[in-house]
Design a protein around this ligand. Structure first.
Ligand code: SF4
Length: 206
């Protein structure tokens, strides 16, 4: 019996939580669809705009987009083509490696990304309405579930540096290349780059 079976849900807490998470994922899909209908984007295009707004420059590629959205490269390419036709992104070589073609938001694309980035506001508000202790417990539980799903290959987690195992805060405060350090690539990090989402992120407690 599965979490879809009411008899199983009646006797299993994990099944009840799994069903609740399924409903939340349905709600998020609905939020993306409604916002897309309001703005003329597909749900994948909204997610692509937000990915390109916040991911590290080197991963803003077709492959990075495919990883982040958990879709095939060919599908990611079609999403990028549609945004390019709308003049919201452009393809250009990465400065450090001309063979890598990155997807970059145009000024209008960046404005559109800002206009859709509150798409999860109702989820955030629902969580904010819980007591703080429940929010903290939910965060720990959600992160543990995400790690399991990531290890199983269902999702690729991109996160910023501040809770990453490889982040060395203020490792060399006077270095003009950046005061922080990434031990994964063994390179300095300017402060602004520590807030970009990175696929190599590994959480501290992992
Ligand atoms: S691996 Fe990525 S997230 Fe972690 S410190 Fe380095 S750049 Fe930041």
């Amino acid at each position: 019996m599965s979490a879809f079976n009411p008899i199983r849900r009646n006797e299993s807490l994990p099944a009840q939580v799994a069903a609740a998470l399924y409903r939340i994922s349905q709600a998020v899909n609905s939020m993306l669809r409604v916002r897309g209908e309001e703005t003329g984007f597909s749900p994948a295009q909204i997610q692509a705009l937000l990915f390109l707004q916040y991911a590290r420059p080197g991963v803003r590629t077709i492959g990075g987009l495919a990883d982040r959205l958990a879709i095939a490269d060919a599908t990611a390419s079609k999403v990028a083509d549609a945004l390019e036709r709308k003049r919201l992104i452009r393809r250009k070589p990465l400065a450090e490696d001309k063979r890598t073609i990155t997807l970059t938001l145009t000024a209008e694309g960046a404005r559109k990304a800002v206009s859709v980035e509150d798409v999860l506001a109702d989820v955030e508000a629902a969580i904010a309405s819980l007591p703080e202790a429940e929010q903290a417990a939910l965060q720990r539980a959600a992160q543990a579930i995400v790690r399991r799903l990531q290890a199983a290959g269902y999702i690729k987690v991109y996160e910023m540096c501040w809770n990453c195992q490889f982040f060395r805060r203020e490792a060399h405060p006077n270095d003009p290349r950046g005061p922080h350090h990434c031990a994964f690539v063994d390179a300095p990090l300017p402060d602004a780059e520590t807030y970009l989402e990175c696929p190599d992120f590994v959480p501290l407690e992992y």
